[in-house]
Write a protein that binds this ligand. Structure first.
Ligand SMILES: [Cu+2]
Length: 186
């Protein structure tokens, strides 16, 4: 009974994902995959920001196909003055985010998905709003695998997954920064 329920749920998720992937393609965004050393980066995307926002976020899936752990940091981006990798945690009912110290670790054979409300690439001090349909670039530096420049197609404001408009069903963090507290970094 439990197993059957599990299968049905997984099947439903797979179908939903297929649908979302279709939406993504239909939107015309061109997300490429990237390989650098033993690292594979899939489906990079960013979220459009409202006018006046000072920060923006980008997401992707990172797989370490190597035999040793690697760590990634964001070196720079054309979107903002600084590029950081942040993690988010719920503390006392408040969502907090802070830079990942020493880089985000990806263990050998593991995949990490950066997505809204979890780990994300954060562009700080945006030069201009991130506009849906455009691209934003960031240079990621892996301790072992080296450096790679990734282009993130920009999805709608509040998109939960690429190509799906706000209200897609998962938790939203509108404004990304407005409702959250950020620990001083320096
Ligand atoms: Cu952040």
């Amino acid at each position: 009974m439990t197993n059957l329920a599990g299968k049905i749920i997984r099947g439903g998720l797979a179908a939903a994902f297929g649908f979302m992937a279709g939406q993504f393609l239909a939107a015309g965004a061109q997300a490429a995959d990237y390989d650098v050393g033993s690292i594979h980066i899939a489906q990079p995307w960013a979220r459009a920001t409202p006018k006046g926002a000072s920060t923006g976020a980008a997401y992707m899936t990172i797989t370490n196909n190597g035999t040793v752990p690697d760590r990634v940091t964001c070196e720079s981006s054309d979107a903002g003055a600084q590029c950081q990798i942040h993690s988010m945690t719920m503390e006392g009912g408040v969502m907090k985010m802070r830079p990942v110290e020493g880089g985000l670790e990806i263990k050998p054979g593991k995949t990490i998905t950066l997505k809204p409300s979890t780990v994300h690439v954060m562009f700080v001090d945006l030069k201009q709003p991130l506009q849906q349909g455009k691209m934003v670039k960031a240079t990621l530096k892996f301790e072992k695998a080296g450096t790679v420049e990734v282009e993130y197609p920009i999805a709608a404001i509040g998109a939960a997954v690429p190509g799906v408009p706000a209200g897609g069903g998962t938790m939203m963090m509108e404004g990304h920064g407005g409702m959250m507290q950020m620990k001083p970094q320096h």
